[in-house]
Design a protein around this ligand. Structure first.
Ligand SMILES: Cc1cc2nc3c(=O)[nH]c(=O)nc-3n(C[C@H](O)[C@H](O)[C@H](O)COP(=O)(O)OP(=O)(O)OC[C@H]3O[C@@H](n4cnc5c(N)ncnc54)[C@H](O)[C@@H]3O)c2cc1C
Length: 544
């Protein structure tokens, strides 16, 4: 069922088996796992507490306000969304799993290495795939691309192909919005109570502060609720998870799980931007690049695209990080039909358009827009034109864990009296080296295989460590702030995602990633949420 703290009809206290805080992809995936399917016979009572309602509202969103005090970053108020469904209201739907090497300890990357194996994580991707609506589970580009789209025969010792999938979006809907897609199932789940307008502001623990007794919950209009549970899961997003632990400092001044001052540290992003352009002067060579465009393969319902990354052999030789390299003709974002799609979605309130530039693109590209409409009506796929415009090399690159890159509490308070956070995002020299070496490697291979020349961005080859914030920015991925580790000396949660020092407090979300790899985080954080649901189920069955 779905209830609302603002209604004033809830009792002052709820008791449950599992209390999940936050109804974004992580929290919703856990709630579904525990109340539907294989785990449902555990007969668990679950309360899912969500700060927002079913729609965006400015007052709730303002609870996310906070300053950036490090590298330029997006306003924290806008870089996540605070209502039912969480930031999946805003995401791009890019999905790809991590690869085995991403979890390994790499001696040239301090604090790298996950405490769980690839085999352990891999088991949960198929279910995460389903939850993100990604259809067939494989990520081999050759299994998705039609033969008429050949890939460059890259030197496999240095570079390898991988596949991006986009959770399905079309003119009627954005990529999987967890709130909208799963609303009815959550409402129908017998032993689940989703409480809206329910902001967790504090936790009360036992005297030893090693067990959470109660989540203290408030609505913006002053209603209060106390939730008692056997197990608590904080799933409030990569910036808010550390905030909740740090702000719960009434019994332990350091906050929860923070005896070693690690909560909020190691904030990581993915570095995104354009590294250069492939200059096209020959249509035959350009046809190769058409294979890397985003497209919906025949008979499928989601977009895919092939992309390229340096092998771990190359990363080790150059002592660099992982990096996804995406090739895109200019047609991608600025073409008339992409703009027309974006406008249509935005007018329905389901996406965001920059109206001025989108309308200009539609007007200057009417032939493409007409083609797109024709194909939509006919139910056939629209093929991207082979372009002779320069092709962008776009990057989605890993960051090294750095304890000085961090989220911390400030003296300012939000409307509920909770301390606001500040983000001090840091980027170092290894990140720039990763971009330079990956771009140069790809340029060499493109020139060798197609004869096409690559022009790298000036800032990339200027010999400095500087990465202009106008050129290289974050991917809106908030990772590492409650990192997973084998030891409380080096992490906040253990390999089960349980906060060290507290026997019933768990974290779900990308804040537990010890390193971020090259992959957009949501598919992996959903896989970890599914894994955590299984762990909690096993634990509660053993407790009985
Ligand atoms: C513009 C943009 C594009 C993106 N594109 C992609 C992409 O293409 N691919 C990808 O993998 N990822 C992408 N992401 C990241 C993706 O959105 C996040 O990884 C994902 O939403 C995180 O899920 P989550 O459940 O951990 O957190 P969230 O989605 O942030 O959900 C957290 C939930 O907790 C609630 N909450 C917060 N505080 C409290 C509290 N105190 N009490 C109760 N509830 C609370 C919030 O209201 C929210 O519903 C993008 C993000 C942005 C901003």
């Amino acid at each position: 069922m779905i209830t609302d703290l603002q209604s004033g009809e809830l009792p002052a206290e709820l008791s449950t088996d599992v209390c999940i805080i936050g109804a974004g992809p992580a929290g919703i995936s856990m709630a579904l796992e525990l109340t539907e399917g294989q785990l449902a016979d555990g007969q668990r009572d679950v309360v899912l507490l969500e700060s927002g309602g079913e729609d965006y509202d400015v007052r709730t969103q303002a609870l996310y306000e906070g300053p950036n005090i490090g590298r330029d970053y997006y306003p924290l108020r806008h870089d996540r969304i605070r209502y039912f469904g969480g930031t999946s209201h805003h995401w791009g739907g890019w999905c790809v799993p991590l690869v085995p090497g991403d979890l390994d300890f790499r001696d040239w990357v301090p604090d790298s290495g996950w405490p769980i194996s690839w085999a352990e994580l891999e088991r949960f991707y198929p279910r995460a795939q389903e939850l993100c609506e990604l259809d067939r589970p494989d990520y081999d580009p050759y299994a998705w691309l039609e033969p008429r789209f050949p890939l460059l025969p890259l030197n496999g010792e240095l570079l390898e192909h991988y596949l991006y999938k986009w959770s399905p979006a079309d003119q009627n809907r954005p990529p999987t919005h967890f709130g909208r897609v799963y609303r009815d199932r959550l409402a129908a789940a017998e032993r689940l109570n989703v409480v809206l307008h329910a902001n967790v502001t504090d936790f009360e623990c036992n005297d030893a502060v090693d067990h959470v007794d109660t989540a203290v919950v408030r609505s913006l209009d002053g209603n209060e609720l106390r939730v008692k549970a056997k197990v608590f899961v904080v799933a409030a997003g990569g910036l808010e998870n550390p905030r909740l632990l740090l702000a719960a400092n009434g019994q332990n001044p350091a906050g929860l799980g923070n005896d070693r001052d690690l909560v909020g540290r190691y904030f990581m992003e993915h570095l995104e931007g354009v590294l250069g352009h492939i200059l096209i002067d020959d249509t035959d060579a350009a046809r190769w690049l058409a294979s890397y465009e985003k497209r919906i393969p025949e008979g499928e319902r989601l977009d895919i695209s092939a992309a390229i990354r340096p092998t771990f052999g190359f990363q080790e030789e150059r002592q660099i990080l992982n990096a996804g390299l995406v090739l895109r003709s200019q047609v991608d974002q600025n073409s008339g039909y992409v703009s027309a799609k974006r406008l249509a979605l935005s007018l329905k309130g389901e996406g965001q358009s920059n109206y001025a530039s989108d309308i200009a693109n539609v007007l200057t590209d009417l032939d493409e827009v007409a083609l797109w409409i024709h194909h939509r009506r006919a139910g056939t796929n629209y093929e991207f034109p082979v372009t002779k415009e320069p092709v962008k090399i776009w990057v989605n690159s890993e960051q090294a864990p750095n304890p000085d890159s961090r989220v911390m509490l400030t003296d300012e308070r939000d409307e509920l009296g909770m301390p606001r956070i500040a983000l001090d995002w840091r980027v170092g020299a290894i990140e720039k080296k990763t971009l330079i070496d990956s771009a140069e490697l790809l340029s060499g291979e493109v020139a060798r295989l197609t004869g096409m020349r690559v022009e790298l961005a000036e800032w990339l080859v200027d010999g400095s460590d500087i990465m202009p914030t106008s050129e290289i920015y974050g991917g809106h991925h908030h990772m590492g702030t409650t990192r997973m580790s084998d030891s409380p000396q080096t992490g906040v949660v253990d390999s089960d995602c349980r906060v060290f020092g507290l026997d019933n407090l768990y974290i779900a979300g990308s804040s537990v990633f010890p390193t971020g790899g090259y992959a957009n985080p949501t598919l992996t954080l959903v896989a970890l949420a599914v894994r955590l649901a299984g762990h909690i189920d096993t634990r509660l069955r053993a407790d009985v």
